[in-house]
Design a protein around this ligand. Structure first.
Ligand code: NAP
Length: 255
């Protein structure tokens, strides 16, 4: 993978940061792009030259357009931006639902659009979808809907960009220990419930996901497109943890 240019959106933390490191190790020139400008700068300097940092917010289309215009021709784009909320549909303000869709689905569309204009033939675009794109979780309607939509967006983009020699795939992680999942992991029972509902008996690491992304970005996967790869220790074979139930029990116990 020498001399290939890779942009990692949401690259300053968790899965994105592990992916940035994996692709740098594979010989790519990495642009760590994130809405946390300081963290992106810190990460890029930890990687050293020729890697660089950029600011981007996927919910702000001009910033995404500027990012990819500035980078110019590229070989790899990975979109890791995302977050979730927790709440019952009957109690959720529509703006909370919209906020998640805006980043996880519309943001992914915007990254696909502008990365897609600059990806060279032979290039690869990878989205980070989720186990929740196929497995429902009470309290996570916006996130589940956004990630299910992202899985289908990936397939449509693969169809549209295939004739230009560009592959588009997604990785759908199960529960991975990152800053995003720290609050959920701190709720008693959540991680154990996840582990009890996997075949391999453990939660994931950012590196588990980064390894799969790196595979989707290099020539070993050159005939693979439009795929959503489940990386979850076999959690899709069983049921999603009762996150809302564990949180409700914790709140009921609070003084
Ligand atoms: P993370 O540690 O929070 O990393 C995500 C990074 O993306 C953060 O630096 C975050 O910045 C940035 N970001 C968030 N919104 C953004 C936006 N609008 N524009 C640009 N950057 C933005 O989370 P992670 O666990 O690595 O998650 C990465 C992706 O994997 C997400 O799409 C998530 O839905 C997906 N995923 C994660 C898991 C899991 O168990 N961890 C499971 C399935 C899927 P801030 O810190 O400022 O928010």
């Amino acid at each position: 993978m020498t001399e290939r240019v890779a942009v990692i959106v949401g690259g300053a933390s968790g899965i994105g940061w592990a992916t940035a490191q994996a692709l740098a190790t594979d010989g790519c020139r990495v642009v760590v792009a994130d809405r946390d400008r300081d963290a992106a700068t810190e990460r890029a300097s930890a990687l050293g030259a020729p890697h660089s940092a950029a600011w981007v917010d996927v919910s702000d289309e001009p910033s995404v357009e500027r990012l990819f215009d500035d980078v110019g021709a590229l070989d790899i784009a990975v979109n890791c931006a995302g977050f979730s909320t927790l709440g019952l549909i009957t109690e959720m303000p529509a703006e909370d639902f919209r906020a998640v869709i805006d980043v996880c689905l519309v943001g992914a569309f915007i990254v696909t659009k502008h990365a897609g204009r600059h990806l060279r033939a032979g290039g690869s675009l990878v989205q980070i979808s989720s186990l929740n794109g196929r497995q429902a979780a009470a309290g996570m309607s916006a996130y589940c809907a956004a990630k299910a939509g992202l899985s289908m967006l990936t397939q449509v983009a693969a169809l549209e960009m295939g004739p230009r020699g560009i592959r588009v795939n997604a990785v759908a992680p199960g529960f991975v220990h990152t800053p995003l999942t720290e609050p959920a992991a701190a709720v008693p029972g959540v991680v154990d419930d996840y582990i009890d509902n996997t075949a391999l008996g453990r939660a994931g690491t950012p590196e588990d996901i980064a390894n799969a992304v790196a595979y989707l970005c290099d020539s070993r996967s050159s005939w693979l497109t439009g795929e959503v790869l489940d990386i979850n220790g076999g959690a899709h074979l069983l049921r999603y943890p009762d996150l809302l139930g564990h949180v409700t029990r914790l709140m009921d116990q609070a003084p």
